[in-house]
Design a protein around this ligand. Structure first.
Ligand code: PLP
Length: 261
């Protein structure tokens, strides 16, 4: 595909998206000064056109997040291979195969079962040069509306998330256990400075690392540290101050989304 075949955003939209990215990047930089991390920005482009992704890509943005499998498949076909796609939507078993076939799928942030880990392990093509990064989703706010496994509250008791992490490390060489992801209570983020759900994710991470070490396992995260994916438009600055490694920002970059049918 030659460059001229890629979706072309309008000049006005390019200017608008560049401005928004600039604002988000400077807010991240400011929040980073209060933490010791340099988090990754995942631009969440769900329900927004491929042209918008192209405009951000040309402004140097590489990581994008999508929630709907077919939409991601369509965009990945049209857009540059260098883009690093993160799947951040509710994950259904019958969609794992279609996701695995996307050559530049970079990470799945919403894994929540051994069954789905096995489906990815089985269907990822041999042609992939890097393992698929996996975040296990944790439902830190225990809301029924949110997916994910319960938080890991101690190092000793067995928990679904610990079992899943061990399974990935022991049985799924095509996957790389990158870390934990949560959405957390948006209400807490808009009414309080610190969101206790983000602390719960950190505690889950520490407990999980201890449990994996105890089991003699290695090879997770980056430089031996599990990564935390937390923070969206409403709360990414606080999430960074609370230790996030990966923020997922949509509407503050692309504008409000219409309700999905
Ligand atoms: C939509 C979505 C986001 C981005 O939300 P904004 O509030 O638009 O920034 C982040 N994470 C997940 C899991 C999402 O579904």
């Amino acid at each position: 595909m030659s460059t001229s075949d890629y979706p072309r955003p309008s000049e006005d939209r390019i200017a608008e998206l560049r401005e928004n990215l600039l604002i988000i990047r400077s807010k991240i930089a400011a929040a980073v000064r209060l933490s010791d991390k340099k988090p990754q920005l995942v631009a969440v482009s769900k329900i927004k056109p491929a042209e918008d992704v192209m405009a951000c890509y040309e402004d140097g943005q590489l990581h994008f997040g999508e929630n709907y499998v077919q939409e991601l498949v369509d965009k990945a076909e049209k857009l540059p291979q260098e883009i690093r796609w993160h799947f951040i939507g509710a994950l259904q078993s019958n969609k794992c195969k279609a996701l695995a076939a996307i050559p530049n799928l970079y990470a799945v942030e919403t894994l929540d079962s051994i069954k789905k880990a096995d489906l990815f392990q089985k269907s990822l093509p041999d042609t992939r040069s890097i393992p698929l990064r996996i975040f296990i989703q944790i439902n830190t706010s225990s809301e029924d509306s949110k997916s994910g496994l319960p938080p890991i509250t101690s190092t000793s008791s067995s928990s679904e998330a610990v079992d899943l992490a061990k399974h990935i490390l022991q049985k799924c060489p095509a996957l790389h256990l990158e870390g934990l992801m949560t959405i957390g209570s948006i209400e807490a983020s808009t009414t309080q400075d610190e969101n206790e759900d983000f602390d719960k994710l950190k505690e889950s991470r520490d407990n999980l690392e201890a449990a994996l070490k105890e089991a003699g396992l290695t090879g997770w995260g980056q430089d031996g540290k599990l990564q935390l994916s937390m923070g969206m438009s409403a709360d990414f600055e606080n999430a960074i101050k609370q230790g996030s490694d990966n923020v997922r920002v949509g509407s503050s970059i692309f504008g409000a989304r219409p309700k999905k049918q």
